[in-house]
Ligand binder design. Structure first.
Ligand code: CP
Ligand code: NVA
Length: 333
């Protein structure tokens, strides 16, 4: 393994990187996970400083960046949705130039992809996309790592289906990443929530060279048949208008990952994935509100599936740490 392709570079979207570069990060994450679990991790980022700009809420991504940096000897500064001048008194361009003078790298979670691109352009430092409306590229690394952990097949024979809002950041990242890695990629969504045409053709163009099989369809019966991994995400993403909710629930209810939907798979040896947080009961304020307004069909997954032995969601969450650590180490050490 060598990290020439990553050193000093940004990670704004998977599409900008090669199959080999993405696999390099996952392989490094496997090594780092092993080192951590055997207590022989050596800090490679001593003295490095990383700014974390989060304009949206986060549990996993923020904690993964903070713990990955700490365990590798680096310092982080968290700039949350309030408290910094960004977007109010100070432009992205000015913020980028200031942070670029003080930090070695910047992670950004927020809205438009143009913001993370601007940060990269003006900071002259590696910038990591920690989720935008368009892409969630640190998530897809952990997802593929988790699929590799839980499958006995070679990567190009692994199949997964994303069920739900097929045009959201997580779905688009998975589609492009699966295409780059030559996998069997399926997006199962009502037609109005299919990934945009540009993203679909991008994935198709990668598939020509990698041999990926890509299907986008509305029929769960066809797309879940014989699949290894069933993946879903919330039906309304951060930053989307609440006014969309009623319509979303109406068109996505038939795509809830429940025992009926998963019976289409045709075998018991499948795994459930979710980037989390997952809405599935009244134990959260949003969940309680959803159930009051729409009943139990308002959730993307049932508690039964989420808590079943098919579910690998917490392995997936842990892999966020190892893959983000691999990204930091590759770009900064
Ligand atoms: N999956 C994910 O990005 O989780 P957070 O929103 O908690 O960071
Ligand atoms: N699609 C979700 C992912 C959260 C990790 C969102 O953007 O809110």
């Amino acid at each position: 393994m060598d990290n020439k392709a990553w050193k000093g570079n940004s990670y704004l979207a998977e599409k900008d990187h090669s199959r080999e570069s993405l696999l390099y990060l996952i392989e490094l994450a496997q090594v780092l996970r092993q080192e951590r679990s055997t207590g022989c991790e050596s800090p490679r980022l001593k003295g490095k400083k990383i700014a974390l700009i989060f304009e949206k809420a986060s549990t996993r991504t923020r904690c993964a960046f903070e713990i990955a940096a700490f365990e590798q000897g680096a310092l982080t500064t968290y700039l949350g949705p309030t408290g910094s001048h960004l977007g109010k008194e100070e432009s992205v361009k000015d913020t980028a130039r200031v942070l670029g003078r003080m930090y070695d790298a910047i992670a950004y979670r927020g809205f438009g992809q143009n913001t993370v691109e601007e940060l990269s352009l003006y900071s002259q430092r590696p910038v990591y996309n920690a989720l935008t409306d368009e892409w969630h590229p640190t998530q897809s690394l952990a997802d593929i790592m988790t699929m590799m952990d839980h499958s006995s097949l070679p990567l190009n024979q692994i199949s997964f289906v994303f069920v739900g809002d097929g045009r959201n950041n997580v779905a688009r990242s998975l589609l492009v990443t699966g295409a780059l890695l030559g996998m069997d990629v399926r997006i199962c969504a009502p037609r109005e929530l299919w990934p945009d045409a540009k993203t679909q053709s991008l994935a198709e163009s990668f598939a020509v060279t990698t041999g990926a099989r890509i299907r986008v369809d509305s029929d769960p019966k066809a797309l879940l048949s014989n699949v290894e991994f069933v993946y879903t995400d919330v039906w309304l993403s951060m930053g989307e208008s609440q006014e969309l909710l009623e319509k979303r629930v109406e068109i996505l209810a038939p795509y809830q990952v429940n025992s009926e939907l998963t019976s289409f798979i045709g075998n018991d040896d499948w795994k459930f994935m979710h980037c989390l947080p997952a809405l599935r009961d009244e134990m959260t304020t949003v969940g309680a509100e959803l159930i009051k307004r729409f009943g139990p069909s308002a959730f993307e997954v049932t508690d039964e599936i989420f808590e079943s032995t098919n579910s690998v969601v917490f392995d997936q969450a842990e892999n966020r740490l190892h893959t983000i650590k691999a990204l930091l180490v590759s770009t900064l050490s």
